[in-house]
Design a protein around this ligand. Structure first.
Ligand code: CDV
Length: 315
């Protein structure tokens, strides 16, 4: 099978402190965009909410959050330079940020920008973890359900940059459904950014499980969806709260092809052969030949688990 090389970079961000400015964050993203381009990348994946600290850890009014942390336009005054540089270097990018839509709604959003700096796609996060009430007893909050609406544009794949590229964000990676919906659009590559705290505020989860589940979901999903995965974390200690990091590039075989070494700003790169996904799609995961959707109805009929449907055989 003819190779389909695609230069894929993932740019992990070290911590962004609450006092750090947009301009400082953008300067760090630009430095990594330059490095990614110099290593031959056609696309660089940045994290979820890459322009600010992970602000859902703080209780504040929605109005204050909008003022401090949300983007009213994209590109905006501070982010225009990312687009100008992308065009100059001929590199596309995935960027996560807090979006206020034209009609004033708040979403946890990512965009896909092509090598000519056109915004070709937008994804608004569907699976919002955490809570909307104030939990003063918790070491920090996880208020995505307070600050964001559930995304209203579904899980899409865009044909761009000689590939079929999908997007999701952070918690989405733990659920099989987004992967399958994007795989059913023939995705070659699925991109995502994430902010995963090292502490689970809801139960005393052993800390090693945080990274285990991160890699488990990314590797299983890459294999079961026959896609490449570029997953970019925000990492390290933000204002006393540690984020796990662990950014990776995973092949459709489920193997990790590149992984960060630390919890600072770091670019990883792989010349991904998109044809590897085609092989899996034509054999073990030939969906047209082997899927049996007539037996998957409960996936869309039920939200939570309901009664068991098994009965003794009658014949
Ligand atoms: N930003 C996230 O969506 N974080 C969640 C945490 C809260 C578990 C995640 O799934 O990593």
């Amino acid at each position: 099978m003819k190779k389909r090389p695609f230069g894929l970079a993932v740019a992990q961000l070290g911590p962004i402190q609450p006092q750090d400015t947009r301009a400082q964050c953008v300067a760090r993203l630009l430095a990594m965009m330059h490095e990614a381009a110099s290593r031959g990348a056609k696309l660089v994946v940045f994290p979820e909410l890459a322009l600010t600290t992970f602000f859902p850890r703080y209780w504040m009014t929605e109005e204050e959050a909008e003022q401090r942390y949300f983007e009213k336009t994209m590109p905006g005054p501070e982010t225009q330079i990312l687009f100008d540089t992308s065009k100059k270097l001929g590199i596309g990018f995935y960027l996560g940020y807090a979006e206020i839509s034209k009609d004033g709604r708040r979403f946890n959003t990512s965009i896909l920008v092509d090598t000519q700096a056109n915004i070709v796609g937008r994804y608004r996060k569907v699976h919002l973890p955490g809570h909307s009430d104030h939990k003063p007893q918790a070491p920090f909050q996880h208020l995505e359900k307070k600050y964001f609406e559930v995304g209203n544009e579904g899980f899409n794949v865009w044909e761009t940059m000689d590939a079929k590229i999908g997007m999701c964000i952070c918690n989405d990676r733990r659920w099989p459904e987004p992967w399958r919906v994007m795989a059913l659009q023939g995705a070659d590559l699925i991109t995502l950014g994430y902010n995963t705290p090292s502490v689970n505020i809801h139960w005393p989860e052993p800390s090693h499980l945080r990274m285990f589940h991160n890699l488990l979901t990314l590797q299983a999903a890459a294999y079961q969806s026959a896609v490449w995965v570029g997953a970019a974390a925000k990492a390290g200690v933000e204002d006393g709260s540690h984020l796990i990091g662990g950014s990776v590039i995973v092949a459709p075989s489920g193997e990790i092809m590149a992984q960060v070494q630390g919890v600072d700003d770091e670019v990883i790169f792989c010349m991904a052969d998109l044809a590897m996904g085609d092989t899996f799609k034509q054999h073990v995961f030939n969906y047209a030949a082997h899927r049996r959707p007539e037996h998957y109805g409960l996936i869309t009929e039920r939200v939570g688990a309901g009664p068991a449907l098994g009965k003794p055989p009658v014949d």
